[in-house]
Design a protein around this ligand. Structure first.
Ligand code: ME8
Length: 594
């Protein structure tokens, strides 16, 4: 039975905003592994989220990368825990705030026009890229306004908001106040200098206003306790450490509204139309809106929530958001998975540098599955990764076209497998005990190493997913593909004859083992390259109901069990699994020349 986390209120605030003593004392979540949590109803549920993206500019590959990470986690989980009702996955667009208000004005559009236009671009991109989200939220929707205003009401009722003068540097591009130490001066076009954000270089302006202020300072210790008590709350570990480091310093209270005369594009503070709710509070509540908040249904989903975010918004998700949640009487998110950034040819991607990589062009050039594979195989959460076209071509040609496609071809081609079946495994040729000698034994020590590697691969892959290291999962699959190619090369089935009573059982066994390896690879690649995996599994004759991780029993004949695939007809031949890119892509040469 699961217990809700407990927020103990040990005191009441004084008129001057005196101390609430907040103590977060719940067990951290009731996890059935980081990919899922048990809810109050006793079923295994999981809820994954991406950030909701600003609509001031078109989507780029960084946005797609976040969505792909969440999509792969989600798809992997669906393979482990089937049932449409068990997994939810939301993404969406962040449409309020000064940044959007200014972008719309600069484009000569009404904010709603800009929002509709760019939100549609995100939706189209995600559809094309096979992002399997179950909800796409726009913060301009009515359901969201209800959720935000309700959430605000709770904070207010708990005495966590007060009115005061807030002044400081505000960066509209980052939608946040910056301390003096994070501001520098840059020469301006008029010959003088202008203040900018030290980290992003975006302009900042001095703002002094009467706002509503959230008592963030009171949450420093509860946040420290939460993070210390749950070392995986923020994953990977360096980001967890970074948040604890930030919490070493005083946590100032946070302005959570702006004057409507200055910021009209947002949700009004309930009962005070002269103020608009701060866009980050508005945006963060999207994670509750999509699970039905404030209706009670949200309670069974909230404890299972995993946020996937970029490192740029870590502070908002690992400090502000958990503090706001604790303030509203809820538990912090189950997991915050953090990834680093894509750079382009060594530089930060930015509109002003003109080096933004358009993800739709990439999907066209490299195919949906190819580009999904590239981003997830090369993207390393802990470090920034550099993008350039040649890298994509090299990776896809070597791993998908040559290694995986070549392997499939070698085992299914008419010449080598004329009957077009999953051949019979011969236990006398490949006994389950290594090191046996006898006239019919053909398997060598390396072959046992291969069987062992592929047998342990699904577990290894699952662990990498749990640790948010999807690239390592793909690296492990790729290494097994290489090993399997080595196996086929070693035994050169093309030199064996189906006509020979000595060769035939071993030839069948070599192909059977290789096809079993391919079945495992196809099953494990489904979360990353869904169409390619479907093509592979269909070619092997694996039906839709045989593709879950629960059904994935590798090489049962080796372990003395029957194999449902043995003797089965392969699926129809439908062409190359992944055609090579390098010869066919004239644009690459062109891109190189310019
Ligand atoms: O910050 N590499 O939205 P945003 C990888 N609306 N990922 C990148 C990236 C890059 N170069 N650039 C952006 C916002 N991202 C807020 C979020 S959530 C309640 C509100 C990804 O449009 C990454 O996930 O600026 C990053 O955190 C997010 O896009 C920021 O998107």
């Amino acid at each position: 039975m699961l217990r809700a986390s407990v927020l103990r209120l040990l005191g009441r605030p004084g008129a001057s905003g005196g101390a609430w003593l907040l103590e977060y004392s719940g067990p951290r979540h009731y996890s059935s592994g980081p990919l899922g949590a048990r809810d109050d109803a006793g079923g295994a549920r999981a809820f994954f989220t991406t950030p909701i993206f600003y609509v001031n500019a078109a989507p780029h590959i960084g946005h797609l990368y976040s969505a792909l990470l969440a999509d792969a986690l989600c798809r992997h989980r669906r393979l482990r825990v089937p049932g449409a009702a068990a997994t939810r996955f939301s993404t969406g667009t962040d449409e309020h705030g000064l940044k959007i208000q200014q972008a719309a004005a600069a484009a000569g559009l009404a904010p709603t026009e800009l929002c509709d236009r760019v939100s549609a671009q995100f939706q189209q991109l995600f559809r094309e890229a096979g992002i399997s989200s179950t909800d796409f939220i726009r913060t301009t929707e009515a359901r969201h306004r209800i959720a935000v205003q309700h959430f605000w009401g709770l904070l207010e009722a708990r005495g966590l908001l007060y009115k005061g003068i807030y002044e400081g540097w505000y960066c509209a591009s980052e939608e946040c106040f910056l301390p003096e130490a994070k501001v520098t001066r840059q020469p301006s076009s008029s010959g003088g200098s202008c203040p900018v954000s030290l980290e992003s270089g975006h302009p900042v302006s001095w703002t002094k206003e009467e706002n509503y202020i959230f008592r963030l300072s009171q949450f420093r210790e509860p946040l420290q306790r939460w993070l210390r008590g749950d070392p995986q709350a923020v994953t990977p570990e360096p980001f967890h450490r970074a948040v604890l480091q930030w919490l070493e310093e005083e946590l100032p209270d946070l302005s959570v509204s702006r004057k409507s005369s200055h910021l009209h594009w947002g949700i009004p503070v309930p009962g005070d139309d002269s103020q608009t709710i701060y866009v980050w509070l508005d945006a963060l509540v999207n994670y509750l809106t999509v699970i039905g908040y404030p209706n009670a249904e949200f309670k069974s989903w909230w404890p299972t929530t995993s946020h996937i975010i970029g490192k740029d918004i870590l502070k908002f998700h690992a400090i502000y958001w958990p503090a706001l949640l604790l303030g509203a009487g809820m538990s912090p998110p189950h997991r915050i998975y953090v990834h680093s950034h894509w750079t382009v040819c060594g530089q930060k991607m930015s509109k002003s540098l003109g080096n933004v990589v358009d993800p739709r062009t990439c999907l066209d050039r490299y195919t949906v599955d190819g580009f999904r594979y590239f981003l997830l195989r090369q993207g390393v959460p802990n470090w920034d990764c550099d993008y350039y076209d040649e890298k994509v071509v090299k990776l896809l040609d070597s791993e998908l076209a040559d290694a995986l496609g070549g392997l499939l071809n070698r085992c299914t081609a008419q010449r080598i497998n004329p009957s077009g079946t999953y051949p019979v495994f011969c236990t006398a040729c490949f006994p389950s005990e290594a090191g046996l000698v006898g006239p019919s034994v053909r398997a060598q020590a390396e072959d046992y190493a291969l069987v062992n590697a592929v047998a342990t691969l699904p577990r290894q892959v699952a662990e990498h997913y749990e640790n948010f290291q999807i690239y390592k999962a793909l690296e492990a699959v790729s290494s097994c593909v290489r090993q399997t190619n080595g196996f086929v090369q070693r035994h050169a089935p093309w030199k064996l004859s189906w006509e020979s009573p000595v060769d035939a059982p071993w030839l069948g066994t070599v192909l059977h083992v290789a096809l079993e390896c391919l079945r495992v690879f196809g099953t494990l690649l489904q979360p990353v390259t869904p169409s390619l995996a479907d093509k592979l599994l269909s070619r092997l004759g694996v039906s839709a109901t045989e593709r879950g991780l629960g059904e994935l029993c590798f090489l049962p004949r080796f372990y003395g069990h029957p194999c449902p695939f043995e003797g089965r007809k392969l699926g129809p031949e439908t062409g190359l699994l992944f055609p090579r890119l390098d010869q066919s892509r004239v644009w690459l040469v062109k891109a190189h020349r310019t």
